[in-house]
Design a protein around this ligand. Structure first.
Ligand code: DGP
Length: 134
C-alpha cells in the first residue's frame, strides 16, 4: 500500500534496523526505544491485522516470530519473550499494517509488559454465553 509506513520500510523507502527477512516476512527494530530489543515482525503482503490476514500469511508470520524468539534465547542471552499485538484501533493499533511486537526478556529484568486491567464489568457467565463458539 503506497501510504503505509511499514510497506515503505519493507521496500527500503524508509530506513530500518533489519533483524531478519525472508520471502514472506520482514522484522526490524521498533523506533520507540521504550525497551531494549523491541522488535516488530510484519508480513510483506499488506494486511491490516489478524482480522483480515489469510492463514498462509499468518502461518509465515508466526514462523518468523518463533525463529527470532529462538534466536534471542539461544544466541543473545535472553530467557524468554513477550509477544504483543493490537488488532484494530479499538485495541490500540496505531499502525494499520499487521505486526507482532517481540519484547526480549531476561529473568529479573523488571520489565512490566503485561496490561493492567481494571476488573471485569459483567459476570463471567453472561460474557461466556455471549462469546462461546459452540
Ligand atoms: P502499535 O501501537 O501496536 O500499532 O505499534 C506500532 C509500533 O510501530 C510502535 O511501537 C512504534 C512503531 N513505529 C511507528 N512508526 C515507525 C517507523 O517509522 N519505524 C519503526 N522502526 N517503527 C515504527
Amino acid at each position: 500500500m503506497s501510504d503505509c509506513i511499514f510497506c515503505k520500510i519493507i521496500s527500503g523507502e524508509i530506513p530500518s534496523r533489519k533483524i531478519f527477512e525472508d520471502e514472506w516476512t520482514y522484522a526490524f527494530m521498533d523506533v520507540a526505544q521504550d525497551v531494549d530489543g523491541h522488535i516488530l515482525v510484519v508480513p510483506k503482503a499488506h494486511r491490516k491485522n489478524i482480522l483480515d490476514c489469510d492463514e498462509e500469511t499468518l502461518a509465515q508470520l508466526m514462523r518468523t516470530v518463533k525463529k527470532i524468539s529462538n534466536h534471542l534465547t539461544e544466541k543473545c542471552g535472553y530467557n524468554g519473550v513477550n509477544l504483543l499485538n493490537a488488532s484494530d484501533e479499538s485495541a490500540g493499533q496505531s499502525v494499520p499494517h499487521f505486526h507482532i511486537h517481540i519484547i526480549p526478556r531476561k529473568t529479573g529484568d523488571g520489565i512490566d509488559a503485561w496490561p493492567h486491567f481494571d476488573g471485569a464489568k459483567q459476570d463471567a457467565e453472561t460474557v461466556f454465553n455471549s462469546i462461546k463458539m459452540q
